[in-house]
Design a protein around this ligand. Structure first.
Ligand code: MG
Length: 205
């Protein structure tokens, strides 16, 4: 690995590959000079560590948006359900406690501002231009479309849009993230950057 992270990243639960995390870090290092960054879908904080470490170098804020109730695939009985993150007393997922632990261990409490909310509600009164937006929220068609429509317009010229879980072949994975990737590509608003593993990347024109 070419970058030094504040914690052993393999100890953090999550679905982000190392090459994708390193790409997030490298792009955020430049993009956070333009403005604060925002990620949608923090889960236990793996991508937050990569992005937050870069933002910290520029004394910038990373907004980490997640309702922490888990995506569709994290729910009880689903493929990626993790019993460690299930609050049996209320019968709901809760990844926020684990997320906070990750932030504290990574010394990112003064960099990362968690927003515990759904994407749509958080965007409702948002007005701050952003240097980078990373979309890794719900993978239903509706959730992905909402994330793209709610947040991509806040990216400043020169800023970065990153979208996780791009699978052009439907046999490899769900199509919702790829569908918003195609929207971004067709919008005329972005320059396409090389994809890293399953991480789609654009620069705002
Ligand atoms: Mg993902």
């Amino acid at each position: 690995m070419s970058i030094t992270l504040p914690i052993n990243i393999d100890s953090v639960k999550g679905f982000l590959a190392a090459d994708e995390g390193e790409a997030l870090y490298q792009y955020a290092l430049t993009a956070s000079k333009l403005g604060p960054c925002l990620e949608i879908g923090s889960y236990c904080g793996k991508s937050t560590v990569y992005l937050g470490t870069a933002c910290k170098e520029n004394n910038r804020t990373l907004f980490a948006l997640d309702h922490h109730r888990g995506s569709e695939e994290h729910q009880l009985g689903e493929e990626y359900h993790d019993p460690d993150l299930y609050d049996t007393s209320i019968e709901l997922m809760d990844s926020f406690k684990t997320f906070r632990t990750t932030m504290r261990l990574a010394d990112l409490d003064d960099t990362v501002v968690p927003i515990v909310s759904s994407s749509l509600i958080a965007s409702r009164d948002w007005a701050t231009p952003l240097g980078m937006v990373f979309i890794d929220g719900g993978h239903s068609e509706e959730a992905a479309q909402t994330d793209y429509r709610s947040w991509s317009s806040f990216i400043k010229p020169g800023g970065i849009l990153a979208i996780h879980d791009i699978f052009p072949n439907p046999e490899d994975g769900g199509q919702a993230p790829y569908n918003i990737w195609k929207l971004a590509k067709a919008s005329g608003l972005f320059e396409e950057l090389p994809t890293v593993n399953t991480l789609g990347l654009f620069r705002r024109l």
